[in-house]
Design a protein around this ligand. Structure first.
Ligand SMILES: NC(=O)c1ccc[n+]([C@@H]2O[C@H](COP(=O)([O-])OP(=O)(O)OC[C@H]3O[C@@H](n4cnc5c(N)ncnc54)[C@H](OP(=O)(O)O)[C@@H]3O)[C@@H](O)[C@H]2O)c1
Length: 297
């Protein structure tokens, strides 16, 4: 079995990827503050901003492939802590690309739909980037620096994602469900559009992308929908009362990071390599059926 190293393995997406990828690879996982155990996966702690630590780990692991997920992934935090998050999102990413080049390992990087300004969706891989917030700028700089260190880096621009999560990480639906369980009303934007993707589909897309060195892929979900519509689908599949979601506009909720209004992604290129994500309604239903109507996911 080939060896796959996953950074950010303790995060929401990484935790999902570890269990799916272990069916196909011998997986080594890197966590930082959150240590965890999964059967048949070796987990090592490493702060990827410490270059010596990272280098020793990667040389000792000698992976055939790396999927680099680790990031400061909250746009508001990046906006208020630009220097600290640059070290994680840009410098460490660039170093990982350099080490992958030395080791001749395949390398997939998770960038973001936030590299676009939201003015001309749906976005194709070759469309001009123009990030509105610091997180998006850092992801764009990381894409550029990684590709200049190692031309074989595969860039996957990810949309808003949801799915099962461990206790210590979350996707956007866990806080929503937490509020609904308390009977609290959610105010959701009718004027912010995304192409949401289930984590299990994201993981399959990332594993397909490993076979395509040097390419860029948009791994969006199949639908362009507003946050308000996402909330209504969540209510429909979980059975919470419709009255618990109220429409609002982006301008009603002040946030540190400016948000593009529509960064839905065109996934026709990824579809050609076999990427075939399900709709939010289908995927939420599957997750809930699997969990026997237990909403604690
Ligand atoms: N979730 C989304 O909707 C979304 C959308 C677009 C793009 N993305 C991108 O997809 C990737 C995965 O996102 P996610 O939602 O799974 O993120 P997440 O839940 O916030 O997890 C971030 C991961 O990065 C690790 N990390 C952070 N700083 C580190 C450091 N200095 N050294 C080593 N590890 C460090 C964390 O480790 P510890 O927890 O152990 O500290 C954690 O495993 C990220 O690149 C993100 O930017 C996500």
């Amino acid at each position: 079995m080939k060896k796959l190293l996953i950074t950010g393995a303790s995060g929401f997406l990484g935790w999902n990827l570890c269990s799916i990828a272990s069916n196909y690879f011998k997986v080594s996982a890197i966590s930082n503050r959150n240590f965890f155990n999964l059967p048949s996966i070796s987990v090592r702690k490493c702060d990827i901003t410490d270059y010596q630590q990272l280098k020793v780990l990667m040389i000792s692991e000698k992976p055939d492939a790396v999927i680099h997920l680790a990031a400061a992934s909250d746009p508001n935090y990046c906006q208020t802590h630009p220097e600290e998050t640059f070290k994680i999102n840009v410098t460490a990413s660039s170093n990982i690309a350099g080490l992958c080049s030395d080791l001749k390992a395949a390398c997939v990087f998770t960038s973001s739909d936030q590299v676009f300004d939201g003015k001309s969706p749906p976005y194709k891989e070759n469309d001009d980037t123009n990030p509105l917030n610091i997180y998006g700028q850092q992801k764009r700089t990381a894409e550029q620096q990684m590709r200049s260190r190692y031309e074989n880096v595969t860039i996957c621009r990810m949309p808003l994602m949801y799915g099962k999560a461990p206790q210590w990480a979350k996707s956007f639906i866990q806080p929503w469900i937490g509020q609904l369980q308390k009977g609290n009303t959610l105010s959701l934007f009718t004027d912010e559009f995304r192409s949401p993707l289930c984590a299990s589909d994201a993981c399959r897309g990332l594993l397909l992308a490993l076979e395509k060195p040097g390419e860029i892929f948009h791994l969006g979900g199949p639908q362009r929908i507003s946050r308000y519509e996402m909330g209504m689908i969540l209510l429909e599949t979980t059975g919470f009362p419709q009255t618990l979601i109220k429409p609002c506009k982006q301008q009603d909720v002040p946030m540190a990071a400016p948000r593009p209004s529509d960064v839905s992604l065109d996934i026709s290129k990824a579809s050609k390599m076999g990427f075939c994500p399900g709709t939010m309604r289908e995927k939420l239903k599957t997750i809930l059926d699997l969990q026997n109507t237990d909403t604690d996911f």
